[in-house]
Design a protein around this ligand. Structure first.
Ligand code: BG6
Length: 502
């Protein structure tokens, strides 16, 4: 994570594999441009794009000049873009062909001399996961991953990292035969969000909250990542993934770890990642019976939103007409440690829900007895601390107050902090911090091998049971709803409710 003393990163070349893809034009390029605007890119800097398309260097520069106009988060400054454009290079090649890598070696040698980048290379794998191992192995075989004479070589790996526990372990094993763990940066873009980084500051930078952050005061925690979008033409990918693999194992578990982990001994990468691993290790694994009671899956059926008829998941392009892929998942997790004894964590995520909203809601315990005759304990508004990750970023605290008037009656009120009121809005892609951190060698916001594997070990038993018992009630929620009834029932059985339905 960057600090007030931010200064330009080390000289380096960023090599983007998959440079012709969506991620590059929509997020990586605008993020790099924003870093240049904030003077966080070094003067000695260049980008080499690698992709299959047979286009020239000049074509690549022209294409990116058009892309930046379309996707930049701020108006593009002509002079700055010119500086940027002169540092763009392109190599056409197949990721599996050894020739690509010998050509890359030559091109990097040339770019390195032209831009004095001191042999520091950052490889960004914005490619399909089946290429991860191969690309890293090929880079290694031509000596492009070797760190010597004071230069560094790092690799950012996009998600999904594995498909289940076994494949994640294999991938870790494969890439660690070429790279040291310190060279590997497994990205989870949720950790690039300011509001997610702020969870640690909120918890550990204030004396107020940590003393009550435990089973004595907290009743339960709800983590919701709700999306209104469907699969957006990604049916081919999503069919083999589903909500648990696509969102739960990575993004929601990162939120869980940030909110529930113990204080690290420092903000050093390994100190933070040790605590995350400890937390994930403490998540109680599900028995097959528990999978039936403590998990809910769903798939959206057609429905109408704002007078617009939207198709069911099964009608989306490249989705099977009898697909059993879940587009919604809810879990009730328990964490087997001192702090969280008997405090359930309810996690849910889904596509095509009522609204786009990511939040962590911490519900505090009710008062032990009630002094005000006019209000029954049950009708008290619970004390919620809500960390709003997106949109409408902020934090609010809900508590009870006396409703003005001669009789003593209580009603729920809210104290609210909104990012935009204090800090304005800084348009960003969310990738700026992550890329910059990798360039300065700070891995705090990246996942270590064990973090990823632990996430998979929690969800793999669920996926196994779900696979063995295909759902018979899909589709089971309508577009524009809050998901299947089962998710409501899971909380109702515990005498609780999702906050959005209070
Ligand atoms: C991605 C998932 O990792 O995260 C998508 O693959 C999902 O399916 C996206 O839509 C959500 O990200 P954000 O930042 O919009 O919440």
């Amino acid at each position: 994570m960057t600090s007030e003393t931010d200064k330009p990163a080390n000289p380096c070349v960023i090599v983007i594999f998959g440079a012709a893809g969506d991620l590059t034009k929509r997020l990586l390029l605008p993020a790099l441009y924003n870093l240049a605007r904030s003077n966080l890119l070094p003067k000695e800097f260049a980008i080499v794009g690698v992709a299959r398309a047979q286009i020239s260097n000049e074509d690549f520069r022209t294409k990116l000049s058009q892309d930046i106009q379309e996707f930049a988060t701020v108006p593009v400054d002509t002079q700055l873009w010119q500086w940027f454009r002169e540092r763009l290079y392109y190599l056409a090649g197949d990721f599996q062909d050894p020739n690509t890598y010998s050509q890359l070696q030559d091109l990097l040698a040339q770019v390195n001399t032209e831009h004095s980048t001191q042999g520091n290379y950052l490889y960004y794998l914005a490619v399909a996961p089946n290429f991860f191992s191969d690309i890293i192995w090929q880079l290694g075989s031509v000596g492009l991953t070797k760190e010597e004479n004071g230069h560094w070589r790092r690799v950012i790996i996009e998600k999904p990292f594995g498909h289940d526990l076994e494949s994640a372990r294999n991938l870790n094993k494969n890439i660690s035969s070429t790279l040291q763990e310190s060279q590997i940066y497994r990205i989870d873009h949720y950790l690039g969000k300011e509001t997610v980084q702020n969870i640690l500051i909120f918890r550990f930078g204030n004396g107020l909250f940590e003393p009550i952050w435990n089973y004595r005061y907290i009743d339960h925690v709800q983590i919701t990542v709700a999306e209104t979008v469907g699969v957006e033409g990604r049916g081919g990918f999503y069919e083999g993934a589903g909500a648990v693999r696509d969102m739960m194992q990575n993004h929601l578990f990162q939120l869980l770890a940030m909110v529930a982990m113990e204080p690290p001994i420092s903000f050093e990468a390994d100190a933070v990642r040790d605590e995350k691993s400890k937390l994930l290790k403490a998540v109680q694994p599900f028995t097959p019976e528990e999978v039936l009671t403590n998990t809910v899956r769903g798939q959206y059926g057609e429905g109408t939103v704002n007078d617009k008829q939207l198709p069911a998941y099964r009608q989306e392009p490249r989705v099977a007409a009898d697909s059993v892929t879940e587009t919604f998942a809810a879990l009730k997790l328990t964490i087997d440690n001192w702090r969280w004894a008997d405090v359930p964590f309810y996690l849910r995520t889904g596509k095509r829900l009522t609204e786009r909203m990511t939040e962590i809601a911490i519900q505090f315990k009710r008062v032990p007895s009630l002094l005000f005759r006019q209000t029954s304990v049950d009708s008290l508004t619970p004390n919620f601390l809500v960390i709003r990750i997106q949109p409408n970023e902020g934090i609010s605290l809900q508590f009870g107050a006396k409703i003005p008037g001669p009789s003593v009656r209580m009603g729920g009120v809210q104290m609210d902090f909104a990012y935009k009121d204090y800090f304005g809005t800084t348009p960003s892609t969310g990738y700026e911090t992550l890329i910059y951190d990798c360039m300065i060698g700070d891995a705090t916001l990246f996942q270590r091998a064990d973090n990823v594997e632990l996430g998979w070990s929690v969800v793999t038993p669920i996926l196994d049971v779900w696979k063995a018992l295909p759902p018979r009630n899909f589709p089971n929620y309508a577009v524009g709803s809050w998901g299947p009834q089962g998710a409501e029932d899971m909380l109702k059985r515990d005498g609780r409710q999702w906050r959005t339905n209070l």
